[in-house]
Structure formats: structure tokens, C-alpha cells
Design a protein around this ligand. Structure first.
Ligand SMILES: O=c1[nH]c(=O)c2[nH]c(=O)[nH]c2[nH]1
Length: 293
């Protein structure tokens, strides 16, 4: 029997970087979570323990902090590109870098009757912004942006009927239900020089508007409409992948209490939940290469 080393990568996961930008007394903050994963000439470290090709994960953590000081952090995709290109171009043993970043939003604390506090923030209830960048020594680069935990609900405009029924089916068809989900969406950029800030805001807007504006016959149909809407409006994006849990809202039976329930009182179940996943892409989308790895 022969044993060989298979695919491998290593890096520092979840380096939490908080960058404060001081504009006089007015501060703003960028709160990110950086994970880097490198691969290349890593046979020796695995087979013999020779670390000569290894850029330590501790150094990768330090690089994220040092680059935040040196270059600042604006769009997370640009920061990820900077790091990924740095690892591949500075270390001959590193052939491929994958950098993933999450961004957490903060809002200023409003102060009634006064100027908002200039250095006080409250963690936003908004979604988490994400990106994954790959760069290799052949100069191939891919950028996938995304968001997760974008929680949305339509209190009407959603139906579900006409599905298969068999001996195990108990679900009743409905022409008016609550449709709720926490959107996870990732979208692949055609190239590495998209206007990432504007692109994020606009993709998010299109996702929300499509969710709100689609009279839904299934969450699958809504998912497709959301992806289609992004692709029709944002030329820098060629593929959207989404995962949407169906956050079931069951009508509570109030008859035992002598009351009707005309679609007003629901039990919001947390599990199990339907999980609807899908990709929507343009007919001429370039090859994804390693973008989704
Ligand atoms: O939008 C839905 N899609 C399904 O596939 C499904 N299955 C189910 O039980 N409820 C729903 N809702």
C-alpha cells in the first residue's frame, strides 16, 4: 500500500481586527474577522516535519494587524486581495492563498436633542458581510462577496400548494402564509476590480426588493427571483448562490379558547426548518475556477 499526501492548506482562522479611524474627535470603526489559508510546497512539513516552507500562522495573524495599520481597512474584498497577493508574491513556497473576511456592522449611538456621540457605538442588528478571495502564483484571482443572517419576513403574499402528496403528507395547502427566512447569499464577481462598496449596497438592495416584491408560490421561486434580479442589474456579478432556511410560522389553533385566528397569531418554530439552496448564474459566466472552494 502506498500513502500519499492529499490536498491541504493551513492558516490562521478568525483573527479579529478592530480598526479605529480618528477624524479629529469623530471616530469610526471597522470590525472584521480575517481567516487566511495558504497552500504550496507543503510536502516536507507533513512528511518529515521540515518547516522551511512554512510561513507560521502566527505571522499570518500579525500580518492582518500590521496591514490594518499600514493600509487601513476600507472594503473587505480589497483588504483580502491585499493579503492574498502579499502571501503569494512574498513567499516562493506559497502558491495559493485563500482569505476570508467577515465584517460586523456598528451604528453610532443616537443622543436625543444633541449631536450623535462621536465615539460611541452600538452593535448593529444588521446582517454580517462576507467575502472570500483566492489568489495563486499563476495570477488567477477570484472574489466572492456575500452576506449572512439577513432576516426578512413577508406577512402575506406567499402561497404553497400543488406539491406531491403521499401517505405521509399532512401539510395543508395554503394561499396565504407568512414567509420568513435568514438569507445567506454569496455572489461571484466577474473580475477582481469591482467597485466593492457600491456593489455590496446595491446587491443587498436588489435582494431585499426582490424578496419583498415577489408574490411567492414557493421559497424556491423567491430564491430564483432574488438571484435573477441581482444578475439583471449588476453586471459585475456573474453568479449568486443562496441558502435560505424556511422559518416556519404556524398558525396557532385558538379554537379551544373559543377564538378564531384569521392569520394573526403564529407560532415561530425554530427547528426543524426547510432549507432551500440554489445557484443562479448568467449564461456566459466565466469558469468559477477555485472561487467556491
Ligand atoms: O416554499 C416552500 N418550499 C418547499 O419545498 C416546502 N416544503 C414544505 O413543507 N413547505 C415548503 N415551502
Amino acid at each position: 500500500m502506498t500513502v500519499v499526501l492529499g490536498p491541504n492548506r493551513y492558516g490562521k482562522a478568525e483573527t479579529r481586527v478592530v480598526r479605529v479611524v480618528r477624524d479629529g474627535g469623530v471616530h469610526s470603526i471597522k470590525d472584521i474577522n480575517v481567516s487566511s489559508a495558504l497552500s504550496g510546497d507543503m510536502e516536507d512539513v507533513h512528511l518529515t516535519g521540515d518547516n522551511a516552507a512554512v510561513l507560521p500562522t502566527d505571522t499570518q495573524k500579525n500580518t492582518a494587524y500590521a496591514f490594518a495599520r499600514k493600509h487601513g481597512v476600507e472594503q473587505i474584498e480589497d483588504f483580502a486581495l491585499l493579503l492574498a497577493r502579499h502571501y503569494v508574491s512574498s513567499q516562493p513556497s506559497i502558491h495559493h492563498a485563500r482569505v476570508e473576511i467577515e465584517e460586523y456592522f456598528w451604528d453610532r449611538i443616537p443622543v436625543s436633542g444633541a449631536q450623535d456621540r462621536r465615539h460611541s457605538f452600538v452593535r448593529s442588528g444588521r446582517e454580517v458581510r462576507t467575502c472570500v478571495v483566492h489568489h495563486d502564483r499563476d495570477g488567477r484571482t477570484t472574489v466572492v462577496s456575500g452576506l449572512k443572517d439577513l432576516v426578512v419576513l413577508n406577512s402575506t403574499g406567499s402561497e404553497f400548494h400543488g406539491y406531491i402528496t403521499d401517505e405521509y403528507t399532512t401539510l395543508r395547502p395554503t394561499t396565504d402564509r407568512v414567509l420568513a427566512t435568514a438569507v445567506s447569499a454569496r455572489w461571484r464577481h466577474v473580475s477582481a476590480d469591482s467597485p466593492f462598496g457600491e456593489s455590496y449596497d446595491e446587491v443587498r438592495r436588489h435582494l431585499l426588493e426582490a424578496f419583498a416584491g415577489t408574490h411567492s408560490l414557493s421559497l424556491q421561486q423567491t430564491l430564483y427571483a432574488m438571484g435573477e434580479r441581482v444578475l439583471e442589474n449588476r453586471g459585475e456579478v456573474c453568479e449568486v448562490r443562496m441558502a435560505m432556511p424556511n422559518k416556519h410560522h404556524f398558525l396557532v389553533d385558538l379554537e379551544p379558547f373559543g377564538m378564531d385566528n384569521p392569520n394573526e397569531v403564529f407560532y415561530a418554530a425554530d427547528r426543524p426548518y426547510g432549507l432551500i439552496e440554489g445557484a443562479v448564474l448568467t449564461g456566459d459566466a466565466p469558469d468559477a475556477c477555485f472561487a467556491w472552494e
